[in-house]
Design a protein around this ligand. Structure first.
Ligand code: MSP
Length: 480
């Protein structure tokens, strides 16, 4: 399909409630989807939950719940968070969906029939937190740096997926950007990993994990959770696991393939740049066009943790800053692609400065000035807005820079009002007053247009106010 945009987020583990990191990826993906829709592209945003594996099995046991009931409850919380953040997904896939499970089994059977999956023995260091095997060189003081736990040694008879044989093809595809990894530093990181380490065939089965999809050719085993999870990107747009659906690519369901952007966090880059393309190469399916890797949110310079007591709760943010306030603060907190540091105090300051005193104040001043002067807004005529600099920033996923670009106008216009004192001019120089108001009203219209993907409700409210010349509510109330 031409002129389409298919974007995915990682599917989130349901071992615990959603947190700010999940909100961050989801909001970014939603912005990109809304932006592409605004550019008249047919758009599909796929999200969902990753519901199998040892980590979740253990959590369900601890909670003394049946695993299905346990995952049902938490999956609901993820869906509900999407609602609260105004995320407009096109499908929310759960890996416990019947159709997904059937498709995974079909795929595994076909890979087994091709000889790409074979029986062997696998030995490695397994981190349950990551649900990944680790190299010794990945560990710090013998522990997984991500989860601060010592990985278990697992040695078992296993089914393995061939990885060694795809290594050189994979390097070529990454180098040439046929399979683009961005930002550049992440591409370099993965290329250097691939050049310095020989990929080992990996185990795709688990003997002692009951909470998983049984291997179709050996039901004593369940499927390794990452293989199950990766396939969501295909089943989520309607793949049933059969090659025919791809062979006749005119078929409606597969028209979205390949993904234009897959957003992920830096901790899951390696698996997305090795196991995931390996599966696709073995299946003869085109690779995603781009994997974009964002950084992590830190709190007060440190990784968030309950022990440190520095966790920023997403519900707390939503309560304090509202939906659009939260979307704005998440996306403007730092360069998209780098780690960013947040604290509740700094966010409250930024909220007051940029939203209450910035955009909110600008909007209410312009509308007040118009009401005292009977100024007729000319901007109710819909202008097509296309701003090349702004578009470029979004297309390069510089989402924070795109917001900065808008807020430069917000700040300049507030200053412009202070300097020109239109409330005085209205009495002394009506002509000049009208010229100033025209500029301000037009700027506000452009701002509302550029804000559509970032803050859809705010954009709507400003547009409505420009049309009706009334602002029905304070956009952003100052907070203490
Ligand atoms: N289930 C796997 C993904 C499978 S995709 C086929 C998973 N889930 S996760 O819930 O642990 O993480 C989901 C996403 O949230 C990852 O992209 C991860 O990087 C991101 N984040 C987790 N903590 C984060 C922050 N503190 N900040 C920003 N994003 C972070 O991994």
């Amino acid at each position: 399909m031409k002129n389409k945009f298919f974007i995915t987020t990682p599917i989130y583990y349901v071992n615990a409630k959603p947190h700010i990191g999940h909100a961050y990826t989801s909001v970014a993906a939603d912005i990109l989807a809304r932006w592409n829709k605004q550019q008249d592209r047919k758009t599909f945003l796929l999200m969902g939950t990753d519901e199998h594996g040892l980590k979740i099995q253990k959590k369900a046991e601890e909670a003394e719940k049946d695993p299905q009931q346990f995952v049902d409850e938490i999956a609901e919380e993820f869906k509900s968070l999407c609602g609260k953040l105004n995320i407009n997904y096109d499908n929310f896939i759960r890996t416990t969906d019947k159709k997904h499970k059937e498709a995974v089994q079909k795929v595994l059977q076909s890979l087994y029939d091709k000889g790409v999956i074979y029986k062997g023995t696998y030995e490695g260091l397994y981190c349950v937190g990551c649900e990944q095997f680790k190299n010794k060189s990945d560990l710090v003081d013998g522990k997984c740096p991500e989860h601060n736990i010592k990985p278990e040694i697992i040695k078992e008879e296993s089914y393995l997926l061939k990885m060694e044989e795809i290594q050189s093809r994979l390097i070529e595809k990454i180098e040439s950007d046929e399979f683009k990894i961005a930002p550049q530093k992440r591409k370099n990181e993965i290329l250097s990993f691939l050049e310095n380490n020989k990929l080992k065939d990996i185990s795709i089965s688990r003997k002692n994990v009951s909470w998983g999809i049984p291997l179709p050719f050996d039901k004593k085993y369940t499927t390794y959770v990452w293989v199950d999870a990766f396939l969501n990107y295909l089943t989520g747009i309607g793949w049933n696991g059969s090659s025919e659906q791809f062979a006749f690519s005119g078929l409606s369901e597969m028209k979205w393939w390949p993904p234009d952007i897959q957003l992920i966090g830096k901790d899951i880059l390696r698996v997305h740049a090795t196991i995931w393309p390996a599966i696709l190469i073995h299946l003869g399916i085109e690779l995603p066009k781009q994997i974009f890797v964002h950084g992590h949110i830190l709190s007060g310079g440190k990784k968030m943790s309950k022990t440190l007591g520095n966790v920023i709760g997403i519900d707390e943010m939503l309560k304090k800053f509202g939906t659009d306030g939260t979307r704005y603060l998440l996306m403007s907190a730092g360069s998209f692609g780098e780690d960013i540091d947040m604290t509740m105090e700094r966010m409250a300051e930024k909220y007051n400065a940029d939203l209450a005193n910035g955009l909110g104040n600008l909007t209410s001043r312009i509308l007040k000035l118009s009401s005292i002067s009977n100024f007729q807004f000319l901007v109710s005529i819909q202008l097509p807005i296309s701003d090349k600099q702004f578009s470029k920033k979004i297309n390069q996923l510089k989402l924070d820079k795109a917001l900065e670009y808008i807020w430069k106008v917000v700040r300049e216009d507030n200053k412009y009002i202070e300097e020109n004192k239109p409330w005085e001019l209205v009495k002394t120089d009506r002509k000049k007053f009208e010229k100033i108001m025209e500029k301000l009203a037009l700027d506000l219209y452009v701002i509302s247009e550029l804000l559509i993907p970032f803050m859809p409700e705010t954009s709507e409210k400003i547009k409505e106010a420009l049309k009706t010349e009334k602002l029905n509510e304070v956009l952003f109330k100052r907070i203490k």
